[in-house]
Design a protein around this ligand. Sequence first.
Ligand SMILES: *[C@@H]1O[C@H](CO)[C@@H](O)[C@H](O)[C@H]1NC(C)=O
Ligand SMILES: *[C@@H]1O[C@H](CO)[C@@H](O)[C@H](O)[C@H]1NC(C)=O
Ligand SMILES: *[C@@H]1O[C@H](CO)[C@@H](O)[C@H](O)[C@H]1NC(C)=O
Ligand SMILES: *[C@@H]1O[C@H](CO)[C@@H](O)[C@H](O)[C@H]1NC(C)=O
Ligand SMILES: *[C@@H]1O[C@H](CO)[C@@H](O)[C@H](O)[C@H]1NC(C)=O
Ligand SMILES: *[C@@H]1O[C@H](CO)[C@@H](O)[C@H](O)[C@H]1NC(C)=O
Ligand SMILES: *[C@@H]1O[C@H](CO)[C@@H](O)[C@H](O)[C@H]1NC(C)=O
Ligand SMILES: *[C@@H]1O[C@H](CO)[C@@H](O)[C@H](O)[C@H]1NC(C)=O
Length: 518
Amino acid sequence: MAKAPPEIDRTVDSPTSSKAQRLKHHHQRALSSPLLISHVYSPKLSIFVLATCVVLFVLFHIQYSLQTPPSDPPSPSWSLMYQWQRVINTTIGTSSTELMCTNKLKSMANHLRQSVTFLPLKDLRYTQTALQGHTWFMSSMYDIHEEGEVQYQQFPSESSQGRLLCVKGRDKHDGSWNSYALAWPETLPFNATLMKGLTFVSYNHYNYDNIWHGLSAMVPFVAWHRNNGCAMPTRWVLYHWGELRLKMGLWLTTLMDATFGGQPYIEGFEEVGEDEPVCFEKSVVMRHNEGGMSRERRMEAYDLMRCKARVYCNVSMEGRGTEVNGRGVPVIGMTMFMRTGPRSFRNDTAVIGIFERECAKVDGCRLTVAYSNNLSVCEQVNLMSLTDILISPHGAQLTNMFLMDRNSSVMEFFPKGWLKLAGVGQYVYHWIASWSGMRHQGVWRDPNGEKCPYPEDDRRCMSIFKSGKIGYNETYFGEWARNVLNEVKTRKLEEQVNKNSSSSSASSTTSSTGCGCR
Ligand SMILES: *[C@@H]1O[C@H](CO)[C@@H](O)[C@H](O)[C@H]1NC(C)=O
Ligand SMILES: *[C@@H]1O[C@H](CO)[C@@H](O)[C@H](O)[C@H]1NC(C)=O
Ligand SMILES: *[C@@H]1O[C@H](CO)[C@@H](O)[C@H](O)[C@H]1NC(C)=O
Ligand SMILES: *[C@@H]1O[C@H](CO)[C@@H](O)[C@H](O)[C@H]1NC(C)=O
Ligand SMILES: *[C@@H]1O[C@H](CO)[C@@H](O)[C@H](O)[C@H]1NC(C)=O
Ligand SMILES: *[C@@H]1O[C@H](CO)[C@@H](O)[C@H](O)[C@H]1NC(C)=O
Ligand SMILES: *[C@@H]1O[C@H](CO)[C@@H](O)[C@H](O)[C@H]1NC(C)=O
Ligand SMILES: *[C@@H]1O[C@H](CO)[C@@H](O)[C@H](O)[C@H]1NC(C)=O
């Protein structure tokens, strides 16, 4: 299913071949810096030579611009390059001064190409603080960050002074063997491969197979995409601890396919020689997940993904909002999203029975029981679009919650022992609920479960509790379900009244604006 590799431009050439090409439209920059250096050697001669260069160039530039018919140049930069080459060709051999001028420019360009310095992608000095800001990835670079917006790096940009991002980044085992550098497009490092188009470079502290960690790494790209006229990436470069990764899990791949309108092409640098650099024509680097984004910006990113996923899976955009049963009462979709194995319910039948009973008491309530392990991605998208109340144990399948309509509810369950030892990771589904505009209705923690032979707060207990199963408390589950059902019912009735009082055209606009870009 992999797409053909996007176009790349091999610019392998020896240090002495047509350097002048690289000077195309940046001749001014190239000319101003040598002055500083040449002072050291022979100031008068250098100034003379360079002044001659400028004059010659300007003269030829004018001459050839006038000669070039206005209709036929293929592109401004090409025609300028062509003229510049002719300047060089004409200059060579006509006088020794002009030859010196050309050589001077060539040697300057050579110096710039040689001065491109590669630093390790993974900076071992920051190993201890990797979780507090991921500073060990491209540690010398700063992010662009406006208040409430996504944090990112972009190349070329004003802050990179027009330089491109280059990497030697094919190592899959140790990120400190991979490296990065910045280089001007006219003076890329020797033997560099220029990769055309937009490249998304992702840093993920965890992995791209886990749907929660994978999604966290993708959200900032979705936000950037939304803020930049829905620009599509040509390729993705995925790193974990600075090590190259060649795939995302199926769920994430499908979601990115839907969001960006095409299967992500994941770069493996197979075409590139062992220690040869690759430079990206345009690249965007993300290493902070949603960090720094306001709740509003996060919700917009999740809205965009929900909307695109529904379109992709041919699921109705109306979601749960409008459906009523035979008596005109709004339907409430209550979904039990079950796990098998670790963190599943010890007795599914008993737990399902409790929610079935409560659901049956509420007019309009419809209970669905599904297993997360055997639904296709689009089946999950469809199921979530029919869900107002998601009932599920703590686990990656809960990441799907953002695919429900906004303001939908989540009820989460933990086995014994997760409180103290599980760390902040246990709150991730509270976070995603808040970020995607859902209502987290709390958790139930099983007081019973496997015994741990060590003291309760011993870290070794976590490995026992981690895969524990979840029991039930009939009284508690019943009461909890009644409360959540009541709240959802009240909200749905209010929404129905609002919908009836406003014109029908108003409701259709809300569903069509969701997928837009800024
Ligand atoms: C400049 O010279 C090179 C080789 O001498 C030639 O390949 C190229 O076509 C020339 N360019 C122009 C614009 O005359
Ligand atoms: C560029 O590649 C050629 C051929 O692979 C090699 O001989 C040369 O040393 C390389 N140049 C640099 C600067 O690495
Ligand atoms: C959605 O519908 C289109 C056209 O009817 C079809 O080509 C496509 O395969 C469908 N996609 C899915 C995921 O069912
Ligand atoms: C599960 O619960 C049901 C209903 O309470 C009960 O009939 C059944 O025996 C239980 N199964 C197991 C394996 O405990
Ligand atoms: C999905 O998995 C559950 C539990 O493993 C099983 O009971 C159910 O039959 C499966 N459904 C399908 C459609 O395979
Ligand atoms: C969600 O609920 C909030 C607060 O009740 C409300 O302001 C908002 O309009 C609702 N959003 C949607 C999409 O229904
Ligand atoms: C079950 O939940 C109820 C209500 O929260 C509580 O009073 C009771 O102690 C719980 N039972 C067990 C066995 O934990
Ligand atoms: C809203 O309108 C539908 C039909 O258009 C009607 O069946 C329903 O009773 C109305 N609901 C309320 C709360 O007015």
